[in-house]
Design a binder for this molecule. Structure first.
Ligand SMILES: Nc1ncnc2c1ncn2[C@@H]1O[C@H](COP(=O)(O)OP(=O)(O)O)[C@@H](O)[C@H]1O
Ligand SMILES: [Mg+2]
Length: 315
């Protein structure tokens, strides 16, 4: 498994070949996901939860005597585009690392498609779900070229030829709006370009393998530090790789079944996600659709939405 510092992408070898019944289940799940979550209210518990890809149940995490997560519970369903918001230092990155299996909770459980994950993610784990994490900093390897950074996992672990990888890297870079930068080093790129290279690295995958299980991408502040136009480019890219039944920027059906974005930026909340989870003082204190965010009567949400100094959140 890759260490946190070595890559902005976590993509463990979880690839498993699915049977035709798995495929039809996958299609069913996808169809279910097209309906708004509220339509499920009258369904039985079993049917209601059949489209849950990741569930955190009563998750606790402390670092020394700092109690960061104090009973976090939420579900990510197939087809969802979810934002995680909350003040700095509340544990947003921590919860992403726990979902990705890089950190183990002190207490509570993470369920992957209904199956409890034991400990940290490992190469042996067959979860039927690939989870990618795009780290807060682009975390590119400084001494490797853009081509080597984007194709890193393919060079390391695939059977693809150098030419095939190189071609795929070029295509994937084009999909994130970058051309002719393959031979550059990260130090020769702007902040926005680095973020897009990191995004390309999270999107590239071995085309010689038939992998059909759904994939979840977790983005940690993908637009932080970007100017408004670069932010829009990244927000639209995040949307474009979402599995919508239509072709993605590479002309293939989108592979990302669901994604989760940690963000502070209003533009990203408005443009890139449909539902929000608000993390505050170790718990999810509010969740709702994006359009409900600015009209919520919850004082914590109101203060965060308006950026007011007055309210329950103290700095
Ligand atoms: N590996 C770690 N060791 C010690 N403290 C940590 C570690 N990771 C995070 N923290 C602390 O946990 C808190 C939450 O961190 P983080 O999840 O990065 O917050 P956020 O992403 O919401 O800003 C912070 O106070 C941070 O310093
Ligand atoms: Mg963070």
């Amino acid at each position: 498994m890759l260490s946190l510092s070595s890559s902005s992408l976590l993509r463990p070898s979880l690839h498993c070949r699915a049977s035709s019944s798995d495929r039809s289940l996958g299609r069913k799940l996808f169809c279910c996901s097209m309906a708004p979550a509220t339509k499920f209210h009258n369904l039985s518990k079993l049917e209601h939860d059949s489209d849950v890809l990741i569930e955190c149940r009563d998750v606790y995490k402390s670092f020394g005597d700092k109690h960061i997560l104090k009973g976090v519970s939420f579900k990510i369903r197939h087809g969802e585009a979810v934002g995680v918001i909350g003040p700095s230092g509340t544990g947003k990155s921590t919860i992403l690392k726990i979902m990705a299996g890089l950190l183990a909770p002190d207490k509570g459980e993470v369920y992957i498609r209904g199956k409890k994950r034991a400990g940290l993610i490992s190469d042996e784990e067959i979860s039927g779900l690939r989870i990618g994490l795009v780290f807060q900093s682009a975390a590119l390897f400084d001494s490797l070229t853009v081509r080597e950074n984007v194709g890193f996992l393919l060079y390391e672990s695939s059977k693809m030829s150098e030419n095939q990888i190189s071609e795929l890297v070029t295509q994937t870079l084009a999909a994130v709006g970058l051309k002719g930068v393959e031979n550059r080093l990260p130090s020769e790129l702007s902040g926005g370009m680095k973020k897009r290279v990191a995004l390309a690295r999270s999107l590239i995958f071995d085309t010689t393998k038939e992998v059909i299980e759904p994939e979840v991408l977790l983005y940690d502040e993908p637009t932080a530090g970007l100017d408004p136009i670069a932010s829009t480019v990244v927000e639209d890219l995040i949307r474009s790789v979402h599995m919508t039944g239509e072709e993605d920027a590479l002309g293939k059906p989108g592979k990302i079944a669901s994604y989760l974005v940690v963000t502070h930026q209003h533009s990203t909340i408005q443009r890139a996600v449909d539902r929000l989870l608000f993390l505050y003082e170790g718990k999810i204190v509010w969740q709702g659709m994006t359009h409900e965010f600015t009209t919520s009567a919850n004082p914590i949400v109101q203060q965060f939405a308006t950026g007011s100094l007055d309210g329950p959140i103290r700095y």
